[in-house]
Design a protein around this ligand. Structure first.
Ligand code: SF4
Ligand code: SF4
Length: 475
């Protein structure tokens, strides 16, 4: 239940300006039928959505170096992202990429509020796509409300059926694309339509299709209000200089209807004509005139609606606008404030360090494992020999020839392959041994360094240290 308490009662210590909103988590959802109105912010969203949707649907179909541009190959535990292949060893880089993304979101929130929610969040984007289908099949807001109330007949069945079918189609394409990031999409799609796709791919495609269908078709704003954690803690990042969608109470109140040419100031009225269009266009169904609310996703649609009304009335636009609390109170705001500068500096350092690590990432990993069964053995020539398993992991996106040798304080004799070709993405494992004259050893346990260098690109090289063990007592 949602109640507004505008007047204090005898038990109430709050002032009459305060609005107390009580949200009952078990309340029945009131279906929101939004009105579609043209305007600057609706157009602006096209410029964020079209590239985003284009990238989402097309990226899996683009091949780079003969493989899908973005492919999260879970069975092989490799993530191919554009020109780079990330291995489990690169997990920290991926973790940092996520941390940087979160930090970028926080930085944007400090400056421009919840624009992520209103302009780029997949929940908002897909909800709006589903709403457009609804609008196309069932008509505008008034027609949809009428259809909702009308008894079931052939016309209602046709319109509703068309809407649900198109929703299902969009949900399926969305989900198939998503699964295509994990299974090569050029194989997945024909397999799906010839019923030969593997059962895991089929399961996840239908699972995510149902999720998309429910989230964007039915749950919509409830995901933002009750499920999304970001909606809960974003207010912590707001300050008095954060851009938010605000209603100018001073200018708009007292609200009220009036004739177009009426001297409404003389009637003691403000600029708000109480047309409720700002509420009708709101995808979360709130009234921005009640002040800042956590349900507001900063989509700006109420600004478009109100500016259109102001234009028709011959008033100045901006009764509802993107502004800051400081600007509303004092007419100016501070963009470069300590909190924002702190976020930008931290973000710049993180991005710089991440970029440096990516550029200098060594696409080669060498591992050396001592044979634990035999500490050492003596050869017929009186040398001490240790046996190892050498693993060369070519993490590059092309094949490489590598040279192998050992270094250390002593002149070790390396017995193994000196040159080897390792294909891209391959881990080559091979036994090698090292021998040393025990008379030279100052200690029974000495360091040995294995050096692997690419013959076609000397910048690619790696070393791995291990121990060489000899007899405890030397003669
Ligand atoms: S109040 Fe305005 S900006 Fe906020 S969600 Fe509703 S329409 Fe969008
Ligand atoms: S759209 Fe503007 S004029 Fe109409 S009710 Fe909302 S704030 Fe008032």
């Amino acid at each position: 239940m949602s109640t507004k308490k505008d007047q204090p009662d005898q038990h109430d210590s709050t002032t009459h300006e305060e609005t107390i909103k009580v949200l009952d988590l078990y309340q029945t959802r009131e279906k929101i039928q939004t009105r579609k109105l043209p305007g600057f912010f609706r157009d602006l969203r096209r410029w964020t959505w079209i590239p985003m949707l284009g990238a989402y649907f097309l990226l899996p179909w683009i091949n780079i170096a003969g493989r899908q541009a973005i492919w999260f190959d879970l069975p092989a535990r490799k993530f191919h992202i554009l020109w780079i292949t990330f291995w489990p060893q690169d997990f920290m880089l991926l973790a940092w990429a996520l941390i940087i993304s979160a930090f970028a979101l926080f930085t944007a929130t400090v400056l421009v509020g919840r624009v992520w929610c209103g302009f780029t969040c997949p929940q908002t984007v897909w909800t709006m796509l589903f709403m457009s289908i609804e609008d196309f099949c069932e008509g505008d807001r008034n027609q949809r409300i009428k259809l909702d109330k009308s008894p079931w007949n052939l016309n209602k069945l046709k319109k509703r059926g068309a809407k649900l079918f198109l929703w299902g189609l969009l949900a399926f394409v969305t989900s198939l694309t998503f699964v295509g990031y994990y299974n090569p999409i050029r194989e997945l799609v024909p397999e799906m339509f010839s019923f030969t796709a593997n059962s895991a791919a089929v399961f996840w495609t239908f699972f995510f299709a149902v999720l998309t269908y429910m989230n964007a078709g039915f749950l919509r704003e409830q995901v933002c209000m009750y499920m999304c954690p970001y909606a809960r803690f974003q207010s912590v990042m707001f300050d008095k200089d954060t851009l938010i969608v605000s209603y100018d109470v001073e200018r708009g109140e007292p609200r009220g209807t009036r004739k177009k040419q009426a001297d409404y100031r003389a009637e003691g009225k403000g600029d708000c004509v109480d047309c409720s269009l700002c509420v009708q266009v709101c995808p979360t169904g709130i009234d921005i005139r009640d002040g800042l609310q956590y349900e507001c996703i900063d989509c700006g649609l109420c600004i478009d609606a109100c500016d259109a009304v102001m234009g028709k009335m011959g008033y100045d636009p901006g009764l509802i606008k993107f502004t800051t609390e400081h600007a509303m109170k004092h007419g100016s705001t501070h963009i470069l404030r300590p909190r924002f500068i702190g976020y930008v500096v931290a973000l710049t350092i993180m991005v710089g360090a991440f970029g440096y690590n990516i550029i200098n990432r060594m696409p080669l990993e060498v591992d050396i494992i001592r044979d634990r069964n035999v500490l050492f053995r003596e050869t017929t020539m009186g040398l001490v020999e240790n046996i190892y398993t050498l693993k060369i992991n070519n993490m590059d996106t092309r094949d490489h020839s590598y040279s192998i040798h050992v270094e250390g304080e002593y002149k070790f004799r390396y017995n193994g392959v000196n040159e080897v070709v390792v294909e891209e993405g391959e881990v080559l494992s091979m036994p090698v041994s090292i021998a040393l004259d025990p008379g030279l050893m100052k200690s029974p346990n000495v360091d040995v360094i294995f050096v692997v260098e690419s013959l076609d690109d000397p910048a690619i090289n790696a070393t791995e240290e291990n121990r060489f063990i000899g007899p405890r007592f030397r003669r």
